[in-house]
Design a binder for this molecule. Structure first.
Ligand code: CTP
Ligand code: MG
Length: 232
């Protein structure tokens, strides 16, 4: 089932503290960005990749794509100040290139190299039928709502899911949600929030706990261990 993926890669990696965009850091010898791109490059269902980049990194990334045989990138729009701005740039580039409202698009963090083909497939199938689906895992920990260092409430753990990417949508639905959020000055922490604001139901697809985002140094250490395990 064909889909196009929007990969925001225009962050700065502040929490990683590497002094440059964390996506250039090697994970067992290969840049994080290349590992994530390779998942989609190697998936026959992936029709194309739209990559949001920082303009000052465009050339370096272009060279990286060529060196690693990544050929599916069809556009590299400039990202923006917030992740949401970078995703919107991708969605606009997709629509401007003739993307249809009922195409399946996925948004995936370039910093999450361990996603599985099974999850991608289930997301694509769910979106075809329902319009919006996100990857998530049940919370293993009890979650508390806290204000000023004091517990306010404890949501029933069986209802708490930790959300990842990919998040998949009918293109027209996400484009509408992005533009409405922009008009209203709303900034969300994921695409689902924007679609929820339209009142459209968002389905949850069970993902895997190893679909980690490389955010701090600890994640790099876990990521290296995961790759080592795969090689064994
Ligand atoms: N991203 C982006 N544009 C931004 C901010 C983030 O395209 N203005 C991308 C990042 O490159 C990353 C993904 O969104 O692939 C998830 O964001 P995050 O993990 O927060 O990465 P950074 O914003 O780079 O890291 P930090 O928040 O620690 O600075
Ligand atoms: Mg960030």
């Amino acid at each position: 089932m064909d889909y196009t993926v929007m990969l925001p890669a225009a962050g700065s990696g502040r929490r990683m503290g590497a002094g440059e965009n964390k996506l250039f850091l090697p994970l067992a010898g290969k840049p994080i960005l290349v590992r994530t791109l390779s998942v989609f490059q190697n998936d026959p269902d992936c029709a194309g990749i739209i990559l949001a980049v920082r303009p000052d990194e465009r050339e370096r990334i272009r060279e990286m794509l060529a060196a690693h045989g990544i050929t599916k990138v069809t556009a590299m729009p400039a990202g923006g100040g917030e992740r949401q701005d970078s995703v919107r740039a991708c969605v606009r580039a997709f629509m401007e290139a003739g993307g249809k409202d009922d195409s399946v698009i996925m948004v995936h963090d370039a910093a999450r190299p361990f996603l599985s083909r099974r999850v991608i497939r289930e997301l694509a199938e769910t979106v075809r039928e329902h319009g919006a689906a996100i990857a998530a895992v049940p919370s293993k920990d009890t979650v508390k709502q806290v204000a000023d260092g004091i517990v306010e409430s404890t949501p029933d753990r069986s209802t708490v899911w930790l959300v990842q990417t990919p998040q998949a949508f009918r293109a027209g639905l996400l484009a509408e949600a992005e533009e409405k959020a922009l008009e209203e000055g709303f900034i969300g922490t994921d695409e689902s929030m924007l679609v929820e604001r339209l009142g459209h139901p968002v389905r949850v697809v069970g993902s895997t706990y190893d679909n980690l985002k490389m955010t701090t140094k600890v994640d790099l250490a876990i990521g290296e261990a995961l790759l080592k395990r795969q090689e064994e």
